[in-house]
Design a protein around this ligand. Structure first.
Ligand code: SF4
Length: 467
């Protein structure tokens, strides 16, 4: 029999992109072939996200499309993996298009589930029954083996860069968030497994690693004689030859280990001076309703401390607008916080109730859609002005960038474009830089001089490729 061809479509966050890369690697190891085309595929896998309603709606509409395709391709196997699979379980399996439903903790079983679905021509369900109370070590050992086996052979989404998960799940229970219900409680991976994985990635040419966790600064691993924190993982990673840049996302505003983490950043040139630390709101009343364990003033004090320890640090954050009960006054407090925080960039999301979360169960979604939209637009405008000011400071400066590949859309006009291909790169502080180069420098570091700035992009000229 010819190799079974699998097409994978991925929705959602970096954690999901990493899962998609790992699943792709595991399927290749198991003898499946990956294909970019649905028409060419025997199996379509959709890696789903439940964090926002919009993401789930896109998956449902995609399943409708696949149901249609299955009329002409009746043998096509459709599998849904990821957070939505865990959240909806059997309900999703009842969808006409769906053959396999597999939660995030069950992805090591995906090859077997596909083989069984094909062979037995029956629907397959693999999710954790009680995600908040998984049996001791349930799935964790299998996930650890899967992660270690697939991480190094995974195809990187961006050349020379890799995501490395250092922990799974979340214990914070922000009232709007589905993650603790679909990814389970926090489990930190053993430090040696993480370091071994990064060493192998470095040997395979990886130059930048991004350490991932839902609240990555909560990482804590008790090895008996020592308790390891994110600060220890950063320090150990910085000792690995070949790894030049280390980033970590995303951080929950917390005292615990904060200074230690920032001190490693200050001491090691490899740890990028970039801190993504979502505030979510500037209103203490809303923060309390969100079950975020801090006030706006305390949060701003934390940023001040970060800037004292690492003066060149760039800070970024996420915000939710239109949380139940958010008044104009609450929203104005958020605007004020953004103005004071002087973020390098901000991501703004409109609140949508997620079934099963505390806010969905207890709070009415009171803010009208148009108000949410208006607040979203206004907050982005406030941030755009700040980003523009901060980016202007870069004019004329020479910065080191890691090149990600050809720029997706042409940014430079004819007068500025010398006819060479435009490349997109990022600074250590996560700014996008576009420049022209005769050679393909994808996956390499380069030094560029900033010649023009915009709120979201820096434009530059190559001064020297480094390596
Ligand atoms: S910290 Fe809060 S928002 Fe982030 S994953 Fe955990 S529960 Fe969700």
């Amino acid at each position: 029999m010819n190799a079974i061809k699998v097409h994978i479509k991925s929705f959602g966050c970096q954690m999901n992109k990493l899962d998609t890369n790992l699943v792709s690697a595991s399927l290749t190891q198991a003898g499946f072939t990956l294909t970019e085309s649905v028409k060419d595929a025997n199996v379509v896998l959709i890696n789903t996200c439940s964090v926002r309603e919009h993401a789930e709606q896109r998956v449902i509409s995609h399943l409708g499309h696949l149901k249609h395709i299955k009329q002409t391709m009746p043998d096509l196997i459709v599998g849904v993996i990821g957070c939505m699979a865990q959240r909806l379980g059997r309900e999703l399996l009842e969808h006409q298009a769906v053959n396999i439903v597999c939660g995030p903790a069950q992805i090591p079983q995906i090859s077997a589930l596909i083989a069984e679905a094909i062979e037995n021509n029956k629907k397959e369900l693999a999710v954790t029954d009680n995600i908040r109370r998984p049996a001791p070590h349930q799935d964790t050992d299998a996930l650890e083996k899967f992660e270690s086996a697939c991480a190094v052979t995974q195809k990187q989404s961006i050349p020379a860069q890799a995501f490395v998960r250092i922990m799974r799940g979340c214990n914070k229970f922000c009232t709007y968030c589905i993650v603790p219900y679909v990814r389970g409680p926090e489990v930190s991976r053993p430090p040696q497994a993480i370091i071994d994985q990064i060493k192998k990635l470095a040997d395979a040419g990886t130059k930048q690693v991004t350490l991932l966790g839902q609240a990555v600064n909560s990482y804590q691993y008790n090895a008996g004689d020592k308790t390891y924190s994110l600060a220890d993982i950063l320090a150990k990673t910085a000792q690995i030859d070949g790894i030049e840049w280390i980033k970590f996302v995303t951080n929950y505003p917390s005292e615990k280990y904060f200074d230690e983490i920032l001190k490693v950043m200050a001491d090691s040139p490899k740890v990028c001076p970039y801190l993504h630390i979502p505030a979510q709101s500037g209103s203490d009343r809303i923060l309390k309703a969100m079950n975020r364990q801090y006030t706006a003033d305390w949060y701003l004090g934390l940023l001040e401390r970060a800037r004292q320890i690492v003066p060149q640090i760039a800070v970024a954050a996420d915000f939710i607008v239109g949380f139940p009960g958010e008044t104009d006054e609450d929203f104005n407090a958020t605007v004020e916080l953004v103005e004071k925080a002087r973020y390098r960039n901000c991501f703004v999301f409109k609140y949508s109730p997620r079934p099963g979360t505390a806010s969905e169960k207890k709070l009415e979604d009171t803010v009208p859609a148009e108000t949410k939209q208006a607040r979203n637009t206004r907050l982005l405008q406030v941030q755009e002005k700040i980003s523009e000011d901060l980016n202007r400071d870069f004019l004329g400066k020479t910065v080191r960038v890691l090149v990600e590949g050809p720029s997706k859309k042409p940014h430079l006009n004819a007068a500025e474009n010398d006819g060479n291909p435009q490349l997109a790169a990022r600074t250590a502080t996560d700014q996008i830089v576009v420049f022209n180069a005769q050679q393909n420098l994808t996956g390499r570091f380069a030094k560029v001089k900033i010649t023009k700035t915009a709120p979201l992009t820096l434009f530059a000229q190559l001064t020297e490729p480094l390596e």
